[in-house]
Design a protein around this ligand. Structure first.
Ligand SMILES: [Zn+2]
Length: 461
């Protein structure tokens, strides 16, 4: 990373980082496979950035352009027809809807009504009669595809889309997935993990059906998943991981228990996941990957609104000489009475309003990562000029990486905005200002305007 002065958005005119261009692979003794792969990635990225540095400012701006039309073409085509290689995702069809439609929404492109109605109709065939959505018509309801289906319908945002969700049955499905430990399982007799907790809580929150019965003890489970490194693992005893850290932190915020986590060590862990390639890695000593632009970048966007809690934790631990977390945990674990608590529930005391209150808070600090560097990685190393995004140079594009690269790009473009969704200065956007995407609500990863529409819709009942 560069010095703190490079966090100024004015650094957008000069590309920030160039990895070592000459690692001399043949002369490296006894390297592991991952180390060799890392050096190869650094070489490829360095070639791209050297090229960028060697051209005029005008050409640099062109090289950093977001190829909107190509992306819309690639995405829209995928919505209508997929190639045979996609058969492996037959149990993930609501995910394909979400990845594609969320990407199109981020690009600010409208969808024609016929296509929108087709998607609503398709998802209603995936909805189980006892609640929840399966991976396709007739498939077992599953929390991951339920999250994808609900986020898709919120992204569509029409009365038809939002009213198609049977919230009473969905609530029953969520209760059925709740384990006696407080955590959730992905499907009947399925695995319990942090992803299940997040998808259940996120869906309940956005649909305004989150209550203390669903929340009870889920925070205790997430706490057991925070590791010695500071990040959050998929389940207790596993390794800290970017996707699970996003899921765990977002869950703790949505249930109003974020202050129970050791937030300063979590912040430390995530901040150091942005590497010399300018993008994020998912775990310590792993390769950079475009999808972590959102999983890790999203965590840092959330942390911008949690800094008062970090300060409080650090102050109380320096006063007492020990971690504040034990006492915080004890006091909060008995605070599930429905009374709400100090940070987000200001007016109604309703758990479902935490997501709304959270996004209305000011970001308390400048970005906690190098936002221009991340945009550089996404646009230069992940973007495919024929449309779509990929993990890293040398890989192929896909809809999953397109969704999370665009989501991460949006988060990094708006990270200098104190108020959610406020237009950023041109210096905060790498490349031409036309690269600016729609802002997202980082707790749910849906476009902010769509979130507001659904919040209003589901608050009525
Ligand atoms: Zn990835």
């Amino acid at each position: 990373m560069e010095s703190s002065s490079s966090f100024s958005p004015s650094s957008s005119s000069s590309p920030p980082l160039i990895p070592n261009p000459n690692p001399n692979l043949d002369q490296q003794p006894r390297l592991t496979i991952t180390q060799l792969e890392q050096l190869k990635v650094e070489q490829k990225v360095a070639e791209i950035y050297r090229l960028l540095n060697g051209v005029s400012a005008h050409a640099r701006s062109l090289m950093s352009e977001l190829w909107r039309d190509k992306h819309v073409e690639f995405l829209t085509r995928g919505l209508k027809q997929l190639g045979p290689s996609y058969h492996v995702l037959d149990a993930n069809r609501p995910w394909l809807c979400y990845w594609i439609l969320h990407s199109i929404a981020l690009l600010g492109e409208p969808l024609d009504t016929e296509l929108e109605n087709d998607v609503v109709d398709f998802l209603s065939h995936c909805e189980d009669e006892d609640g929840g959505y399966g991976g396709g018509p007739g498939q077992l309801p599953h929390l991951a595809t339920t999250y994808a289906a609900v986020n898709t319908l919120v992204t569509l945002g029409s009365e038809n889309a939002l009213s198609s969700i049977n919230r009473d049955n969905l609530y029953k499905f969520l209760l059925r997935m709740k384990d006696s430990s407080g955590a959730f399982r992905m499907h009947d007799a399925g695995e319990i993990d942090v992803r299940a907790c997040y998808t259940a809580i996120s869906v309940a929150s956005i649909l305004n059906i989150l209550d203390y019965e669903l929340v009870k003890d889920v925070g205790n489970y997430i706490l057991r998943c925070q590791t010695y490194e500071g990040g959050i693992a998929g389940e207790p005893g596993s390794e800290a991981h970017g996707g699970y850290t996003f899921c765990g932190l977002a869950t703790m915020i949505l249930i109003n228990e974020a202050d129970r986590l050791d937030l300063s060590s979590l912040l430390d862990w995530v901040a150091f996941r942005q590497g010399i390639e300018c993008g994020f890695q998912g775990r310590t000593n792993k390769l950079v990957d475009g999808c972590y632009s959102f999983w890790q970048g999203g965590v840092l966007a959330l942390m911008q609104r949690l800094l008062p809690i970090v300060d409080k934790q650090l102050t109380s631990s320096s006063v007492s000489g020990e971690s504040s977390l034990g006492s915080t945990c004890n006091s909060k674990s008995s605070d599930l009475s429905g009374q709400g608590s100090e940070w987000y529930i200001f007016e109604t005391g309703k758990l479902s309003d935490v997501g709304f209150s959270f996004i209305k808070r000011h970001a308390e600090s400048p970005p906690l990562f190098h936002t221009i560097a991340l945009q550089q990685y996404i646009l230069l190393c992940s973007q495919v000029l024929e449309g779509g995004f990929k993990d890293k140079p040398g890989k192929y594009r896909d809809f999953y990486h397109s969704c999370y690269c665009l989501s991460g790009l949006s988060v990094s473009q708006y990270s200098w905005s104190k108020d959610a969704g406020a237009s950023p200065l041109p210096t905060a956007v790498l490349g031409p200002y036309s690269n600016l995407l729609e802002p997202v609500h980082p707790l749910y990863n849906v476009v902010l305007d769509k979130y507001y529409i659904s919040h209003e819709f589901f608050s009525r009942s």
